[in-house]
Design a protein around this ligand. Structure first.
Ligand code: GDD
Ligand code: MN
Length: 362
């Protein structure tokens, strides 16, 4: 048994295969990792396979899986999952688009309790070098679709990731799925994910194998995962949607509280409207906090971070901008434009909502 298995899918990689195997093995050595290298090759027609057999004579931790039945990147990675001799899998391209030096960090994050660790091109610190505009646009489109399923993940279609064996062991991974990570996220059993940034560098040697009908395959894959999560309520995508839905309900309730408190304070002559408005706003913040804290983000996982009191103070700080906008618009509309005070408050709420959305999205 090894500590981890680095899975390298290959098809006609004669120019890269020796270097990538050496580089991954050097990383193992430097970090004293007992690692396995599993190359999954789709019957390359160039010298890839003979180079691999040659390498195998020096490296006992190198395993070669030559596939003959079908052809495809995702299938190859999925086959790698079931042939690996460890409980941690890391998938990496052969063409040095993904930096092997990040392997130990990904492994550490898995050991620290994360189920999936994703190398992200789209988070702060990540990036893409040397990609033509066409590929960038396709990638942004694919990422956008993927984020509909997993809003918290910046790069759900990355080809560079680590995953625990138990996440994928029983997952019904579809061989047609073009993006294996999306398939793993959609159908695997997992709770905790982590992203680490990296810069994707397009291959120096050889040609990319991306074809146009892969886009159609991808759309079908997204539809399939969507369907899967509607049926399997334990899935991660369903969990996300439930949150977005609850968050929306709490927001609507917050509007009712805000306007209701304002109405009662003013109509019963307790406060004048200019003082009642900020109090009503604070009540709605309190309402949103309580429901989101107990209900929307009520799992033990969400609540580990700090005490409830800390979270409430933090929530208020985050809400300051929106609250100021709400109140500012209320004052402007009621004093200068003589707008009915409840209408002014509602307009303030809606504009504050847009502001909050733009600012807090991340
Ligand atoms: N076994 C096998 N079968 N391997 C394949 C196949 C195949 O049909 N097609 C490609 N590969 C291998 C390549 O040899 C390389 O190691 C890796 O998979 C990536 O292939 P590239 O052709 O270099 O892909 P790319 O650079 O266009 O796409 C990469 O970027 C995507 C992110 O946008 C890949 O890493 C994708 O996995 C990644 O999602
Ligand atoms: Mn590539």
């Amino acid at each position: 048994m090894y500590d981890l298995t680095v899975i390298i899918p290959t098809f006609n990689e004669e120019a890269n295969i020796r270097n990538i195997v050496m580089a991954v093995d050097a990383v193992f050595y430097e970090h004293s990792l007992n690692g396995q290298i599993l190359v999954v090759d789709d019957s390359s027609s160039d010298a890839t396979i003979s180079i691999l057999h040659e390498l195998k004579m020096q490296k006992t931790n190198l395993e070669i899986l030559i596939r003959k039945e079908d052809h495809g990147l995702s299938q190859s990675v999925a086959d790698g999952f079931s042939h690996a001799s460890s409980d941690v899998f890391i998938v990496i391209d052969a063409d040095f688009s993904h930096p092997p030096v990040l392997i130990p960090r990904m492994y550490d994050e898995i050991r620290n309790g994360h189920d999936i660790v994703i190398g992200s091109r789209y988070m702060e610190g990540g990036g893409i070098r040397k990609w033509p505009l066409k590929r960038r646009i396709i990638s942004i489109g694919a990422t956008f679709l993927g984020r509909l399923l997993f809003p918290d993940i910046t790069d759900p279609v990355s080809g560079f990731f680590a995953v625990k064996k138990e996440v994928v062991e029983k997952a019904p991974l579809k061989p047609r799925g073009y993006k294996i990570l999306l398939e793993v996220l959609g159908k695997g059993t997992w709770e905790k994910d982590k992203e680490i940034p990296f810069e994707f560098v397009d291959r120096e040697i050889g040609a990319s194998k991306l074809k146009i009908n892969t886009i159609i395959d991808y759309a079908r894959q997204v539809a399939d995962i969507t369907l899967y999560s509607f049926v399997n309520h334990g899935s991660a995508a369903w969990r996300e949607w439930k949150r977005v839905f609850k968050f929306g309900i709490v927001g609507l309730l917050g509007i009712v509280v805000n306007l209701g408190v304002l109405y009662l304070l003013v109509e019963y002559g307790i406060l004048n409207k200019d003082l009642a408005s900020p109090l009503a706003i604070e009540f709605s913040i309190l309402n949103n906090f309580i429901w989101n804290d107990l209900w929307t983000f009520g799992s033990a996982e969400d609540q580990k971070v700090s005490s409830r009191w800390h979270r409430f103070v933090a929530f208020n700080i985050v809400s300051v901008g929106g609250a100021a906008i709400n109140y500012g618009i209320f004052l402007v509309l009621t004093t200068w434009f003589a707008v009915y005070y409840l209408a002014a408050q509602l307009i303030g709420i809606l504009i504050a909502f847009v502001w909050n959305f733009l600012i807090n999205r991340r």
